[in-house]
Design a protein around this ligand. Structure first.
Ligand code: PEP
Ligand code: MN
Length: 270
């Protein structure tokens, strides 16, 4: 891996990202919440439910990078204020996407973790700006990016002065059409042997299908991932964005039981 320095694993020292009481990189971290913030009722309802099921961090997009310019782009500032309220009510830290360089400083006042999405993985200006932020960055792998390209993007953030980067594998684009993307499960052990950064899996965008999310979440845990990020909605049928991959709180809670059991087993088997 040429020119990758700060991200590489040396002397087995691993980065543990800390957000309040929550750690990413030690134990299993579960991030859950809606694809996008639609309303106070939907977001806070989902936040309360995922917390109850054992999630550690709330996700929710206020700025949505949509394939079509005509699709819902997110509530923006109003969405961030709703997320802040959800944090006040549940205590869950917030991860939310930032899509524009100019937004990094002020979105950092609302978010506990900044997300850089797959479509922006190689937006180098955005990476540099996120490198200056005083918030951890959850960086998603681009849908056509190699592991080396992914690590180079993490390197942009680290070299700009931000040590807290979380890598997220969210499926890559292949010839398969049954699933929305193809989860590259091998990215988990590959990244864990290459880098000290925490590695999580997003089985929701990887599959686009609720029915497949539990299996892939378990696979992520078995492969040694530090966490998962899952889309949950109080009423998936009415979700404005990504409804086919939105779990109900009940489905999420059932999956969490299995995920926890497997994780305990893995810890004991170590
Ligand atoms: C998301 O997590 O909200 C998202 C847009 O995912 P991705 O960038 O992986 O497509
Ligand atoms: Mn989504």
């Amino acid at each position: 891996m040429k020119h990758i320095e700060l991200s590489l694993l040396k002397e087995q020292e691993r980065t543990v990202v800390e957000v309040g009481d929550v750690t990413i990189g030690r134990g299993l971290c579960v991030i859950a919440g809606p694809c996008s913030v639609e309303s106070e009722k939907q977001t806070i309802g989902t936040a309360v439910a995922v917390k109850e099921a054992g999630a550690h961090i709330l996700r929710g997009g206020a700025f949505k990078p949509r394939t079509s310019p005509y699709a819902f782009q997110g509530l923006g500032l109003k969405g961030l204020k709703i997320l802040r309220k959800a944090r006040e009510e549940t205590g869950l830290p917030i991860v939310t996407e930032v899509v524009d360089t100019r937004d990094v400083p002020w979105v950092s006042e609302y978010a506990d973790i900044l997300q850089i999405g797959a479509r922006n993985m190689q937006n180098f200006s955005l990476l540099k700006e996120a490198g200056k932020a005083r918030r951890p960055v959850l960086l998603k792998r681009g849908m056509t990016s190699t592991i080396e390209e992914f690590l180079n993007c993490a390197e942009y953030i680290l070299s700009a002065g931000n040590p807290d980067v979380i890598l997220c594998e969210r499926g890559i684009r292949t010839f398969e059409t049954y699933t929305r993307n193809t989860l590259d499960i091998s990215a988990v052990p590959a990244l864990k042997e290459l880098t000290h950064l925490p590695v999580i899996i997003d089985p929701s965008h990887a599959t686009g299908r609720v029915s497949l999310i539990p299996s892939l979440s378990l696979a992520a845990v078995a492969a040694g991932a530090d966490g998962i990020m899952v889309e949950v909605h109080t009423n998936p049928a009415e979700a404005i964005c990504d409804k086919d991959q939105a779990m109900t709180p009940r489905q999420f809670a059932a999956m969490m039981d299995r995920v926890r059991t497997l994780h305990h087993f893995m810890e004991e088997a170590r």
